[in-house]
Design a binder for this molecule. Structure first.
Ligand code: NAD
Length: 495
């Protein structure tokens, strides 16, 4: 299912899912869900607010308290989570095309990356949950101390629009597997696949009320969730600006646990002794333009050592034409549309600032395919970028690469770390000492050496500094959705 005609045959239901039912907002309000592919309206989506969040949280609380899910043996939850993952796979074509129409990414990647990763994540946490053990502490013989993990209760989840299914899965999979109830608020820019996930969860056997999806805008639906007195934990992925507000709202309300996965401006550092320059070029270009540059971990600051700069850029420019934006519904497309006009104008504004601040535009820089009614921007490369420029400091979240220069390891580590963000970084060198030394010195949650695309559900994902608090993925994610309890038992030994 990947041609424009098949996309037209899709019917989208924009109602929220609360307590196992598709429902309109209590106010009856809706908002138009517009496709960035061609400007068409896909659906009227429920514009929920505090009353709807209250209803969803009440349903989640009731489900948690009567143990319809939290009380199941982990092995039983595992079976249902795996069924959920299977259903995501089975409905993969529909989910992928919905994602493409909703946020503009190429259907090829929506199917191969987004659907597969979301299904794999649900399956992995389902499979893990009956294999993690609790602890007994090494206490004196007169007492026994059990250290157990318990679900936190009701988990609020707020996600962005760039990988709607994957971002949701990274949070709902460990939260549900651990026995929590969930209220998910997807981005107003891409709400449709989250609603389909809720339908599939019900079909898989996750009881009504356990997984609710409430659609709406951040201040109207997101804030009431983050401020709710009966939500025990809020797991957020999005911008650093809103992430800071989430921590404030958690503190202002019930001191709910707050976990935030936020923005990035990741440095990708290529030393002159890079073992394979072609690979480094491919990774630098492929990773910044993947998903139209709308990736939190995109290596958007490329640092080239002086002696290889010209050679590297010459090779890089040869790859750029392949990323010319095209209709993302076509199977051959690798660069689609930006999520909406607002984001497109933000990106174009950054391109303008690069020009006026004196960077050299090597490729792209323009909006294209305007006749489609969609939101398409050329893959863009600026060279001669200096650390003080806006395009070197701020997250653009679009297909724009800023190329900077450096002289030696100390110089590049200083420049790379001079950022409020610390999500990821890349280092390319043949020198083992340099690789380890620079990787250790970089203030980032993940450092890639001689590649930039390794990814696996088994490893933690998250950032240092203002890239957020906490880690998604891996067994570490269970820490976010469980409380640690100690139970002391006195032993009056008769012997
Ligand atoms: P955003 O912060 O604008 O919105 C994210 C979510 O928060 C949306 O659902 C939105 O409706 C909601 N929201 C907005 N205002 C709110 C408020 N006042 N109260 C509660 N909720 C509110 O971010 P975005 O534009 O959707 O996403 C892009 C950002 O996400 C980028 O900064 C990107 O780096 C980041 N991101 C980070 C990761 C990661 O794992 N670190 C992954 C993907 C995206």
């Amino acid at each position: 299912m990947n041609s424009p005609t098949q996309a037209e045959s899709l019917v989208f239901d924009g109602r929220s899912v609360i307590d196992g039912k598709r429902v309109n907002a209590r106010s009856g309000d809706t908002f138009a869900c517009i496709s960035p592919v061609d400007g068409s309206q896909l659906a009227e989506v429920a514009r929920c607010s505090a009353a709807d969040i209250d209803a969803a949280v009440a349903a989640a609380r009731a489900a948690f308290d009567d143990h319809r899910w939290s009380g199941l043996a982990p092995a039983q939850r595992k079976k249902i989570m795996i069924r959920f993952a299977d259903l995501v796979q089975k409905n993969g074509d529909r989910l992928a095309l919905t994602e493409t129409m909703d946020m503009g990414k190429p259907v090829k990647y929506a199917r191969a990356v987004d659907v597969n990763s979301a299904a794999n994540c649900l399956r992995w946490y389902g499979e893990a949950v009956d294999k993690v053990y609790d602890e007994i502490a090494p206490t004196p013989r007169t007492a026994l101390a059990l250290i157990t993990r318990e679900p936190v209760g009701v988990v609020g989840v707020i996600v962005p629009w760039n990988y709607p299914m994957i971002m949701a899965a990274w949070k709902i999979a460990p939260a549900l597997a651990a026995g929590n109830s969930v209220v998910l608020k997807p981005s107003e820019k891409s709400p449709l696949t989250a609603l389909l996930l809720a339908d599939l969860a019900l079909e898989a056997g996750i009881p009504a009320g356990v997984f609710n999806v409430v659609t709406g805008f951040g201040p109207e639906a997101g804030s009431p969730l983050a401020l709710h007195m009966d939500v025990d934990c809020i797991a957020f992925t999005g911008s650093t600006r809103v992430g800071k507000q989430i921590h404030v709202m958690a503190g202002q309300s019930n001191l709910k646990r707050a976990w935030t996965e936020l923005g990035g401006k990741s440095p990708n550092i290529v030393f002159a002794d890079c073992p394979n320059l072609d690979k480094a070029v491919e990774a630098a270009i492929g990773s910044i333009f993947f998903n139209q540059g709308e990736s939190c971990n995109a290596p958007s600051r490329l640092f080239l050592q002086d002696s290889i700069r010209d050679e590297f850029l010459e090779r890089a420019l040869k790859l750029v034409p392949a990323y010319a934006p095209a209709d993302p519904r076509q199977a051959s497309t690798i660069m689609g549309a930006l999520v909406d006009k607002i984001q497109m104008n933000t990106v174009l504004g950054y391109i303008e600032s690069g020009r006026t601040e004196g960077a050299t535009l090597l490729a792209g820089g323009e909006q294209v395919l305007t006749e489609t009614g969609g939101c398409y921007v050329q893959p863009t490369i600026f060279a001669g970028v200096t650390p003080d420029m806006k395009i070197a400091r701020e997250e653009i979240f679009g297909p724009v690469l800023s190329v900077l220069s450096f002289s030696d390891a100390a110089d590049v580590v200083r420049q790379a770390n001079a950022s409020v963000y610390g999500l990821q970084a890349g280092v390319w060198t043949s020198d083992l000492n340099k690789a380890h030394g620079v990787a250790r010195a970089l203030r980032a949650g993940t450092v890639h050496v001689n590649q930039y695309d390794e990814d696996d559900i088994t490893v933690p994902f998250g950032g240092f500094k203002q890239s957020g608090v906490g880690r998604d993925k891996s067994l570490h994610a269970f820490d976010k959705y469980t409380e640690t309890k100690t139970t002391w038992i006195r032993i009056d030994s008769p012997v």
